[in-house]
Write a protein that binds this ligand. Structure first.
Ligand code: PLP
Ligand code: COI
Length: 341
């Protein structure tokens, strides 16, 4: 039976779908893993996740391609990044092949919730891992749960592709040698006050700076930056404390190999923002969202691309990336994992 969802008007929000995948780690090993209809989790009040935030998550999308195939975009990289997150947080690694099998099982079981081609929506997959056994002294737990659920979503930013206004924030989301490069829940807890404050002041997002010198651009709370120079070069900030975005890495590949653009991954100084022609945020949720204006403590940087539409080069990147994701352009080998219903 077809589900009754207004695909075109979906927000980036949770809609409960019938099945989720759950796998528990106990006595030093992961169990078989299975699908369940139970969307709730019952754990000890003293569970490691509740006391010391021992948890990491991922985010990836599944699309209906132009030819009707159901495809996941580079889920192998999410499996790999989740393994890095687990290691950094002293959690057991969830095997990468099991992760991919879970994606297949989950999507097949919830196949009616994969938005149709052309709707602009996608099925967002949220893998999450957390410490379930009790800990009181500060130490890693011994039991964990890996869970993967999915929910159909629309655009992350409400205004779709209208350029965003950011402010440079004095808050930090990650410390040098900390956890900024992994997808730990604690990084997002760190960013909540800053984002509420930004929204209250009328900004869409925060631009975080490096917390040592406050002179280099890092990222936002949920996306990496891409900049375009006046002569059409792509520049992306290099930092050890930002999340290695799969979207950003894909865009850089697409820029070089599909669009013949030069790409520089290097430190980006705050004081060079005014020289860029275009700016965008990139991520699974954000896809590529244009930024029109940045407020640096009263100094306003208005990108020449303006506040009405995406810059020319950003649009080319957007069209190429989404073209690959929706199967309109040939994908590099291994980028799309087809899920047979
Ligand atoms: N940076 C942060 C802090 C994020 O939460 C995300 C989202 O996952 C990204 C960047 C973009 O990463 P990806 O393109 O892998 O989704
Ligand atoms: C994603 O893009 O998948 C994320 O996890 C970012 C989050 C802000 C929704």
């Amino acid at each position: 039976m077809a589900v009754d969802i207004d695909w075109k008007n979906l927000n980036f929000a949770y809609t409960k779908t019938p099945f989720r995948y759950v796998c528990d780690y106990k006595n030093g090993k992961w169990d078989e893993g299975k699908l369940t209809e139970d969307s709730t989790v019952k754990i000890s009040e003293c569970a490691g996740v509740l006391q010391y935030a021992q948890t990491a998550f991922e985010g990836l999308k599944v699309y209906t391609a132009e030819d009707g195939r159901t495809v996941a975009f580079r889920p192998d990289l999410n499996a790999e990044r989740m393994a890095c997150s687990a290691k950094r947080l002293e959690m057991p690694v969830f095997p990468e092949d099991k992760f991919l099998e879970a994606v297949d099982m989950l999507v097949k079981a919830n196949c009616e919730y994969v938005p149709p081609y052309g709707s602009g929506a996608s099925l967002y997959i949220r893998p999450v891992m957390f410490a379930t056994s009790p800990v009181l002294g500060v130490k890693p737990a011994v039991e964990y749960q890996f869970r993967m659920f999915c929910t159909p979503v629309g655009p992350y930013f409400k205004n779709g592709i209208k350029p965003l206004t950011l402010r440079v924030t004095d808050f930090d989301r990650a410390a040098p040698h900390g956890t900024g490069h992994i997808k730990a829940g604690l990084n997002y807890a760190m960013s909540l006050h800053a984002i509420v404050d930004a929204h209250n002041l009328g900004y869409d997002e925060n631009m975080y700076l490096d917390s040592t010198t406050r002179t280099f651009v890092e990222e936002t709370g949920g996306a990496n930056f891409i900049f375009v120079t006046g002569d059409g070069k792509i520049v992306t900030p290099l930092s050890e404390s930002i999340l290695p975005s799969i979207t950003r890495r894909s865009i850089c590949y697409v820029a070089e190999n599909y669009l013949n653009l030069k790409v520089e991954n290097r430190q980006v100084r705050l004081d060079e923002l005014k020289n860029f022609a275009e700016c965008g945020l990139c991520g699974t949720a954000a896809v590529i969202s244009p930024v029109g204006r940045i407020d640096n403590h009263g100094e306003i940087i208005n990108f020449p691309s303006g506040m009405q539409s995406m810059g020319k080069t950003t649009k080319k990147l957007y069209d190429a990336l989404t073209g690959i994701q929706y199967g309109r352009l040939p994908a590099p080998k291994g980028w799309l994992r087809e899920i047979k219903k």
